[in-house]
Design a protein around this ligand. Structure first.
Ligand code: GUN
Ligand code: FE
Length: 453
């Protein structure tokens, strides 16, 4: 159980996309319910009073020199069963990778013992990387997906989890397919009821998610059923959208329109929908997503291998689309949101400057498409929270206290931060250089989930 706790040290967060707030020597207070109750700047009378009070209660955490308190990272797109597949066969196109490697692996989660082993390791690994909230695809197996929910609850990782629905015999192999749309809908309902009724989940740490894998693997019948279920239950929805030339083209041919328009027609787009990738969405598609309040999970590492293009992130942000970051384990070979944050910067720079030296500079360039480290940090924290419609990702009273201590002086890390560095420099160095070795401690809902106690 958490109790009221104070955290004294340097706070670094991005409550808005273009605003970095750095509060050295501040006192953040979080309550037993996990919510932030106050942030007192250094030198304020309340900071001194509250520090003494909490210290007397032995409820004060003091950050050391070279340590920074950041909001925990939000990963909008993880395929939990693909954890043992990190880095495998990424030279294949998406459709072959799925059929030859991914579906056979996911089929193995019929074995609950295998599922438990993999999912324990996955949740542990993501927490150790500072990821405090994850939106997970499970598999078609109800039992294995319940096990994932149990583990997240026990380890106190904030999680949104879906039992995957996929029933189209044209695209899904016999060994890994829902028997029919009716069964896929029924088991999705069962999973929603299970998560909502889990003892210990009264605070809503774990959310059920309606999860049609993507249009190519689902029949229209199933997509219509899941759209109606989304309306009925108000649950989050996750799926893939306009990821690659092949996938985008498949949907255009089958549905006669883009993924976004088709998903909208099935009733699957609303304020709590997260669409992975979205590389090929048009401005018209983006307008549909904005009208519904749906979000895109930008997966910059995965997109290198499977998307055939760079997501037009900056334009979409400027149009007001909700966007956060996803690792897409295992389309992306790293479970680290920090690594994806820096990759988001890198690919935006490559889009802006172009990549083919044989083209004249003027033709290579797409001016105005780069993002900076601050935007990447915002995407990894506040942006992810907005996408999920949850009060997470920033140090603001009323938001949940999900946080990481980045230790710049960790001997095994690569950070070189100087005491005189400006806050914007510190942030840049963290985004470009921090890794798992620098993630010293992690809390979710004011409950420590990683690091020395
Ligand atoms: N589209 C449908 N399934 C998947 C998947 O597992 N990974 C990726 N990257 N795209 C998908
Ligand atoms: Fe994916």
């Amino acid at each position: 159980m958490s109790t009221e706790t104070g955290y004294l040290g340097t706070l670094l967060h991005a409550p808005q996309r273009d605003r970095l707030e750095c509060l050295p020597g501040a006192l953040l207070v979080a309550g037993a319910d996990g919510a932030i109750t106050a942030v007192h700047p250094a030198g304020s009378p309340q900071a001194a009073q509250e520090t003494s009070r909490l210290e007397a209660l032995e409820a004060l955490v003091r950050l050391g020199p070279g340590q920074y308190l950041l909001p925990g990272f939000v990963d909008l797109h993880v395929h939990a069963p693909q954890w043992p597949q990190l880095g495998e066969a990424l030279d294949l196109p998406l459709e072959d990778w799925l059929q030859r490697y991914t579906f056979p692996l996911e089929a193995r989660y019929a074995d609950a013992q295998f599922a438990r082993l993999q999912y324990e390791s996955l949740v542990d690994g993501l927490l150790a990387n500072g990821t405090t909230t994850v939106m997970y695809f499970g598999t078609i197996h109800l039992a294995a997906t319940r096990i994932l929910a149990d583990i997240c609850l026990r380890r106190s990782q904030r999680a949104l989890i879906g039992r995957v629905a996929m029933d189209d015999p044209d695209q899904c192999p016999d060994i890994y397919r829902d028997v029919c749309a009716e069964v896929a809908e029924r088991e999705t309902r069962e999973f929603i009821d299970y998560v909502r009724g889990m003892p210990g989940n009264e605070g809503g740490l774990i959310h059920p998610v309606i999860t049609p894998r993507f249009i190519p693997s689902c029949t229209d019948d199933l997509l219509v059923r899941l759209g109606a279920l989304a309306r009925e239950t108000g649950c989050h929805v996750q799926t893939h959208c306009s990821e690659s030339d092949w996938e985008h083209g498949y949907v255009l041919q089958r549905c006669g329109c883009s993924d976004a328009a088709a998903l909208d027609g099935f009733g699957l787009l609303h304020r709590r929908t997260v669409l992975a990738h979205g590389n090929f969405i048009s401005d018209e598609d983006a307008a549909i997503l904005r009208a519904r309040g749906a979000a895109v999970a930008h997966c910059p590492l995965s997109n290198v291998y499977f998307s055939d293009a760079v997501f037009p992130l900056r334009r979409m942000l400027e149009q007001g689309l909700n966007v956060g970051l996803g690792t897409d384990v295992a389309g992306g070979a790293s479970p680290s949101i920090l690594e994806n944050a820096r990759q988001a910067v890198i690919v935006s720079r490559m889009l802006e400057n172009g990549v083919d030296p044989r083209q004249p500079r003027a033709q290579r360039r797409r001016p105005g498409t780069r993002i900076d480290a601050l935007t990447a940090f915002w995407l990894a924290t506040t942006g992810g929270g907005v996408a999920l419609d949850l009060p997470i990702g920033q140090f603001t009273p009323g938001y949940q206290f999900d946080a990481v201590v980045v230790d710049a002086s960790a001997a095994a890390g690569n950070l070189r931060i100087d005491a005189n560095d400006a806050p914007s420099t510190v942030l840049q160095k963290i985004i470009y250089g921090a890794g798992r070795a620098n993630i010293h401690k992690v809390w979710v809902a004011n409950h420590q989930v990683h690091g020395p106690v």
